[in-house]
Design a protein around this ligand. Structure first.
Ligand code: NAG
Ligand code: NAG
Ligand code: NAG
Ligand code: NAG
Ligand code: NAG
Ligand code: NAG
Length: 482
């Protein structure tokens, strides 16, 4: 799930397939078809790099691919799985090593596809599909998860409000220093931070990786050893600051801890009100000035990001309570924050839609301001059951689902190529296949499942990779090849 800024087109740079005479540059490699093509109607390209060029080898993941060869009978669907499932391991594990001051502390730097930086949310989602390949703490994939948790923990201790980071000094890699003009408080170190858009789902993503690792391996000791507890403290303290309302008890404006301004062509690339965003009332929800697409929010209380936060605060509290070195009261604080969010989602996050039904709003401000829409990027309203916040039979969820999967959602896209939810991150009319996939994962309706698999499968322009977005009327106009 890559959701970064630059929009690439097929026309752009079918440059040399090779860099430094060794392994292909995957950005250009993935814009051309490679033999053997799949034997089905869509003749999809083979897109895995040569074994020698893959960035991580996992026997567990190869076993899953081999097993599914015998279980996915459609040759095109099989090819799409074979290309996409190992893609993070094949292309994005840029560096692995140990901390300079503790050789037991594994580190792993996962790039966001085509940018040499690690996003907290993206790296969590990039490795999440490998959870089934992890059965205990000695697996190769378990080491990868520990490396990502330790890396993210270090970043979140240093700059909890930032969302993308440079390689660690231990890697010896040079950071691509971001020289774009930003004015951000609190200030950050440009040698460590790539961008500093605060997005609440980054906190939830860090908690998600910890949950996945613990759930698969049962290895609780790991969490007490390195910087995980400090990262949780850092997250809790920033979350408390981000619950604060715009005005104090006597009506006076209170400067928020986090502000962000940027020179940009897009309204969503900076925060309004001189970097502050729109005012918020106290609700118990946590602000998310930016969305999971890295676009500025309309109203700062993102309901899906708060849902995700509640779920993973609860599950990580179950880890914290098992640690002998947990700071007193921290487990309870995590549980209390989760409970307050759940209550606030009920009070502030459910609203009456124009059709008279109760639905979840995408964003609210605690003044009655409500944004009725959904964005394809996860966490989304569509993904609420996938996140584990509620059961898909929940009545308010079903009302919401009907609304956001229809033209009542301003970001619904439809056309002969693919129909689904889009995102203000790109132009209107471009469906994000991520929404079709989440749709599949939140229904038991076979017709809905088959229709959406077919749309994802038939809209890759023969490349056999899943694009970020696709023009719903023209398969050849997409953003991001993989
Ligand atoms: C890889 O190819 C893309 C174009 O497809 C280009 O923009 C990028 O600079 C190339 N990267 C390297 C390291 O050569
Ligand atoms: C993965 O395995 C191949 C051999 O199959 C090897 O050439 C390559 O260096 C390995 N990659 C890593 C990151 O170890
Ligand atoms: C190790 O270094 C990291 C920064 O790279 C720092 O945050 C951490 O506190 C250090 N740990 C110890 C035990 O000194
Ligand atoms: C861990 O899982 C691997 C299979 O992935 C297995 O070979 C190994 O015996 C397991 N180790 C323990 C301690 O259970
Ligand atoms: C992992 O999750 C499953 C399903 O929710 C649960 O049954 C199991 O007890 C969990 N394992 C651990 C170690 O928490
Ligand atoms: C602002 O929040 C407070 C406390 O949650 C609530 O009592 C008040 O009604 C809210 N104001 C508006 C305009 O909704």
């Amino acid at each position: 799930m890559l959701m970064r800024r630059a929009v690439r087109t097929v026309a752009a740079a079918l440059l040399l397939g090779l860099s430094r005479g060794e392994c292909p540059n995957y950005s250009s490699h993935s814009q051309q078809q490679h033999e053997p093509l799949s034997a089905g109607a869509y003749a999809l390209s083979y897109m895995r790099p040569d074994p020698a060029c893959r960035t991580f080898n996992s026997s567990g993941v190869e076993d899953i691919i081999a097993r599914l060869k015998g279980e996915i009978f459609d040759p095109d669907l099989n090819r799409l799985f074979e290309n996409t499932f190992p893609n993070t391991l094949d292309t994005a594990i840029k560096w692995r090593g140990v901390a300079a001051n503790n050789t037991a502390e594994e580190l792993c730097f996962v790039i966001t596809g085509d940018i040499n930086a690690m996003w907290i949310r993206d790296s969590a989602d990039q490795i999440a599909p490998y959870k089934p390949a992890m059965t205990n703490a000695t697996d190769d994939i378990a080491s990868l998860f520990r490396g990502v948790i330790n890396m993210q923990a270090r970043y979140l201790v240093i700059s909890p409000y930032c969302n993308a980071f440079h390689p660690p000094p231990e890697s010896g890699m040079n950071p691509d220093i971001n020289t774009h003009p930003y004015q951000v408080t609190p200030p950050y170190d440009k040698k460590i931070v790539f961008t500093c858009n605060f997005e609440l789902d980054d906190f939830a993503a860090f908690l998600q990786v910890g949950h996945d690792y613990y759930n698969a391996t049962g290895d609780v000791d790991f969490f007490g050893k390195f910087q995980w507890i400090y990262a949780i403290q850092s997250i809790m303290s920033a979350s408390k600051a981000l619950k604060q309302p715009t005005y104090g008890p006597d009506g006076e404006w209170v400067k928020p801890e986090y502000t962000f301004q940027s020179e940009t062509f897009t309204a969503s690339g900076t925060l309004g009100n001189h970097g502050i965003g729109n005012p918020v009332n106290y609700t118990g929800l946590i602000r998310s000035p930016f969305r999971p697409s890295d676009d500025a929010a309309t109203y700062d209380f993102s309901i899906p990001a708060n849902m995700m936060m509640a779920v993973y605060l609860e599950s990580n509290a179950n880890i914290m309570e098992r640690l002998p070195n947990a700071p007193a009261g921290l487990t309870q604080e995590m549980r209390d924050m989760a409970a307050e969010i759940r209550e606030a989602v009920k009070t502030w996050g459910t609203v009456k839609a124009p059709n008279g039904k109760r639905v979840f709003a995408y964003e609210v401000d605690g003044y009655g301001g409500q944004n009725l829409m959904d964005d394809a990027n996860v966490p989304s309203l569509l993904s609420a059951p996938f996140l584990g916040y509620l059961d898909k039979s929940d009545e308010i969820y079903q009302n919401t689902r009907s609304l956001i999967l229809s033209r009542s959602n301003p970001f619904w896209c439809q056309g002969p190529v693919i129909s689904g939810i889009g995102s203000p991150h790109v132009q209107p009319g471009a469906t994000w296949p991520m929404s079709n996939i989440i749709r599949i994962m939140t229904t038991d309706d076979d017709v809905e499942i088959k229709t959406n698999i077919k749309m994802v499968l038939s809209s890759t322009a023969g490349l056999g990779l899943i694009h970020e977005s696709i023009n719903s009327f023209d398969e050849k106009r997409w953003s991001r090849q993989w």
